[in-house]
Design a protein around this ligand. Structure first.
Ligand code: ZN
Length: 420
């Protein structure tokens, strides 16, 4: 994907901004500075990110170090040592990269962090998820004296391209186990209503290509047993199931996207010439399956559709997640209680949900640890990966106050089973 550049404008804008807004909340100013770092895929400025976050960590008084399992893909670890460092730690995870932009569709340059008269701050990453990184740090800047448990910030590269050079490696690495994780907080989604979403699980991603082989021949005849007729059957089966799941979602207001299986045909291949019936055609499907579905049964159903299309039909999975570990979103889980109690005291309406796509949390849960996805952005349209991504300043600042209540509550969870 093409990434355009525009020279120097952000820096100039930044200086003008500081000159004309001397009374601005310094948390907002730091958020805007962070947004201006072009950590955009496919060539994120990770040096700029490291420099900025390490400077911030130093100001706050956090220890910092870098793990680099893949060259040029730094994982930053910031640490605030609590008074009981032997207890399991709180991990505050975030990613530093952002997705590409189509600048011509933006009202303000996407790395300007322009704040309009309503306080809306426009930049790629305002929602996904540079806001959260800064909110964690700003909350702790003020909380520094109250720590009871060890807190680590893990700041990941490359989440937006699958996390394979970031959290996927870290979560399985002895370095992560050595952090002794109790609960991890990670990203969620903006919520257009006054509720706050909290994600306790993610859907399983399956990518499957179905190859259909058949008899070739001249395009002028009625050849039987063709690749196309088998492909037609496969496509119909997948897309009929898609319709059923869509109707199930639309007819039940209690269901969210996280509760149903999505299916999309994303690639079709085949054919060599306009007048030759080909020997092979294939289709690829992207499926996102809720963790509540019996995956063995689902697999049998899906492969049954392929078999029913005829002989010489084979399939391959490019991605097939079989891990359905969820974090329990009720008070039987002391981490959930410590997370949700201060939210209740603040009068926040929490809505526990299954995340409709995939984040770094899936690697953490697969490794056997609890994780909650939460980005404190209510009354905000969902604009991640969209043009004109923005976050209102008051929502951003309120998020810091929310973390100022949640973090001490998590840090105060008394020793659990196995901890002493
Ligand atoms: Zn994200």
């Amino acid at each position: 994907m093409a990434v355009r550049t525009f020279g120097g404008w952000e820096q100039i804008q930044s200086r003008i901004f500081q000159m004309t807004n001397p009374t601005e909340n310094p948390s907002t100013t730091r958020f805007q500075e962070y947004l201006r770092i072009r950590s955009i895929q496919p060539e994120p400025d990770y040096d700029g990110i490291r420099h900025f976050l390490f400077k911030m960590a130093e100001e706050i008084g956090l220890e910092s170090r870098v793990l680099e399992f893949v060259q040029g893909k730094p994982i930053l670890i910031l640490t605030w040592t609590g008074t009981q460092p032997h207890l399991r730690s709180i991990i505050l995870n975030s990613h530093t990269d952002v997705v590409p932009v189509f600048e011509e569709f933006w009202t303000y340059p996407p790395f300007s962090a322009h704040k309009d008269k309503d306080g809306n701050i426009y930049a790629r990453g305002t929602q996904d998820m540079k806001s959260v990184t800064i909110q964690y740090l700003e909350a702790v800047r003020e909380l520094k004296a109250e720590g009871l448990r060890l807190t680590h910030w893990t700041v990941e590269p490359d989440e937006e391209i699958g996390g394979h050079t970031g959290m996927e490696i870290l979560a399985e690495h002895p370095e992560f186990r050595a952090l002794n994780p109790g609960i991890t907080l990670d990203e969620g989604l903006a919520s257009p209503s006054d509720e706050f979403n909290v994600f306790y699980a993610e859907k399983c991603v399956w990518w499957i290509t179905v190859h259909c082989r058949g008899d070739p021949g001249h395009g002028s005849r009625f050849i039987e047993n063709t690749a196309a007729s088998k492909l037609n059957s496969v496509i119909n089966s997948f897309l009929e199931f898609r319709e059923k799941e869509k109707k199930r979602l639309q007819s039940n207001p209690r269901l969210t996207l996280g509760d149903v299986t999505t299916v999309n045909m994303t690639k079709v291949n085949g054919g060599v010439s306009c007048n030759v019936i080909p020997t092979e055609m294939s289709a690829t499907f992207d499926l996102r399956i809720p963790p509540t579905v019996n995956l063995k049964e689902f697999e049998a159903q899906l492969e049954g559709w392929c078999r029913a299309a005829g002989d010489q039909v084979t399939w391959e999975y490019h991605q097939k997640c079989m891990n359905q570990r969820m974090t329990t979103p009720d008070n039987s889980n002391p981490w959930w209680k410590a997370f949700s109690d201060p939210c209740k005291e603040l009068g926040l309406k929490l809505k526990p949900e299954i995340f409709p796509a995939a984040t770094d949390s899936r690697y953490i849960r697969t490794a056997g640890f609890d994780a909650l996805g939460f980005s404190p952005m209510n009354n905000t349209p969902i604009l991640l990966h969209d043009h004109n991504e923005y976050l209102n300043e008051s929502v951003f600042l309120r998020g810091i106050e929310i973390y100022k209540r949640i973090l001490p509550s998590l840090a105060s969870v008394p020793p659990l089973d196995g901890e002493h």
